[in-house]
Each structure stands twice: as C-alpha cells, then as structure tokens.
Design a protein around this ligand. Structure first.
Ligand code: SF4
Ligand code: SF4
Length: 122
C-alpha cells in the first residue's frame, strides 16, 4: 500500500482531459483489432493512452477540459469542498503520470501508517 503526502499545486494537469477505463477484451471483440478501434476513436477525439492486460483494461483519454478549470489552470471550486467532486478530492490515489503533480507516494511501513493516521485525525 502507498501513502500519499503533499498538497495539490493547482497545476490543472489532471483536469484537462477526461480519462475512462473500458473492458479490453469486449472492446477489441467489437472492433476486431486495435487498429480499427484507434481509427474509430480518432474520429471522436479519443486516444488510447494505455492498457493493463492482466486486469483486462484499456485506458482512454478525451480532450475535454473541466468547466471548473480557471484561466490559470486553477480549480474554481477547490476551496468549496461541497462543490468539488469526490473523485477530485481523492485524486490521485496512485502516482500521477504528470511530472507537474506535486503529490508524493511512499511505501507504507507500520510506523508511516501510524504517522499518517495521526496526521489524518488531527
Ligand atoms: S472540479 Fe476542479 S479538480 Fe475536479 S476536474 Fe474540475 S477543475 Fe479539476
Ligand atoms: S496533477 Fe496533481 S497537483 Fe496537478 S491539479 Fe492534479 S492533483 Fe493537483
């Protein structure tokens, strides 16, 4: 298990695209090949950005910036906990691929888990 530390620096990198996970084998069956799937998706502005064969997943990225992303890439609802979606509060739950993301992740050790729990309950 990884423990997350740090604060969001409001770089906005995770807010510029919509990312979706689909079932890999079902999707490839429908389209018959990855080339055919990519052709179809390219007409809709969707890119395949990765896959996890073991988990039978394909990852899509769609270039749709969030409507709450401000001109300086800031989240306009960051300071309004109830207006900010739960997914955004929790993101990232694992290391983000963007170099701009300011969160760090550390392997959990019994001591670090205790420290984390203490900080969380303050
Ligand atoms: S609500 Fe804020 S944090 Fe969530 S995607 Fe939109 S801009 Fe980003
Ligand atoms: S990529 Fe990381 S630092 Fe940047 S807005 Fe998203 S969560 Fe915040």
């Amino acid at each position: 298990m990884l423990i997350r530390t740090g604060e969001c620096n409001q770089c906005g990198e995770c807010c510029k695209t919509l990312n979706i996970t689909v079932v890999r084998d079902v999707t490839l069956n429908q389209h018959k090949s990855i080339k055919e799937l990519e052709l179809y998706l390219s007409y809709r502005g969707i890119c395949i950005v990765g896959e996890d064969i073991k988990r039978n997943q394909l990852f899509y990225s769609i270039n749709i910036p969030c409507q709450q992303l401000g001109p300086e890439n800031e989240c306009k609802v960051h300071k309004e906990p109830e207006a900010k979606p739960l997914l955004c509060h929790r993101y990232p739950i694992e290391p983000d691929k963007s170099e701009d993301c300011s969160y760090q992740f550390h392997p959990s050790t019994p001591l670090r888990s205790m420290e984390f729990d203490i900080v969380r309950t303050r």
